[in-house]
Design a protein around this ligand. Structure first.
Ligand code: SAM
Length: 233
């Protein structure tokens, strides 16, 4: 079951890799950049720090964090899907950035003894993990003693709330039909399913506390459509 879900997620992201950035910008009308910038603003990475962008996809957050931690800090982008990570590598080459390391790896397989990050960020990754609590625990173990982390994802709003209805209509009437043109409707139908099994904000905070984080904060943005979880050790 575990491997089935891991392979399902990997296949989805390998399949959509070529259209991923284009569709992301189209479906969010470019707003995903603003939301990612907001996450970085809240995390306040500074020059000299070592950061990891887990589930980095094509690397948007890695590039944003790099601007803040360079020239003395480091950024490592980690993703388990080869095709999507290749796009991150190509983007790096295109802009002549040799300093971000890209690692193809399942985040659950990262050796905790070798890593000691000042900060970790993740956008639209936590919801796709096999187990959210295990994901947060992994992040906790990969951070140094005063480390912090931030997660941007869809907000799982209350059933039948305005935000919930808007999200369903948007996904069913806009996202899935448009993705059909790209023969990716099956892959994009997965978003609604994954939001349904993703914990609501309050629950996410409880899980983060249980895992051991001392400071935990959750806020919603864009009319409760997206959520940002910030945690500190
Ligand atoms: C929706 S994409 C988000 C990509 C990028 N962070 C962004 O915001 O555009 C989710 C990414 O998580 C990766 N992923 C899912 N489960 C993973 C795991 N267990 N380990 C590493 N990467 C994983 C997928 O391959 C995919 O690239």
């Amino acid at each position: 079951m575990r491997h089935k879900k891991i392979n399902e997620v990997k296949t989805i992201f390998n399949n959509i890799s070529c259209s991923y950035d284009f569709l992301n910008s189209l479906f969010s009308l470019g707003l995903h950049r603003f939301w990612k910038n907001k996450l970085v603003y809240l995390l306040k990475p500074i020059d000299g720090e070592d950061w990891a962008d887990l589930c980095c996809g094509t690397g948007d957050l890695s590039f944003l964090i790099f601007k803040k931690v360079s020239p003395n800090g480091t950024v490592t982008g980690i993703d388990s899907a080869k095709e999507i990570l290749n796009i991150a590598r190509k983007r790096s080459k295109l802009i002549g950035n040799k300093y971000i390391s890209w690692e193809m790896q399942d985040i659950f397989e990262i050796d905790e003894n070798l890593k000691n990050y000042d900060g970790i960020c993740m956008s639209y990754g936590l919801r796709n993990l096999m187990n959210v609590e295990e994901g947060l625990k992994k992040v906790f173990n990969l951070l140094n003693n005063s480390g912090r982390a931030g997660f941007l994802d869809f907000n799982h709003s209350k059933l039948n709330s305005l935000a919930d209805l808007f999200q369903k209509i948007y996904l069913r009437s806009i996202v899935v039909p448009i993705s059909k043109f790209f023969q990716l409707s099956k892959e994009y139908s997965y978003i609604e399913k994954s939001i349904k099994s993703f914990p609501e904000g309050n629950k996410l905070m409880l899980i983060a506390k249980k895992v051991g984080f001392k400071r935990v904060e959750y806020r919603t943005i864009f009319f409760n459509q997206m959520g940002i979880l910030i945690v500190e050790k």
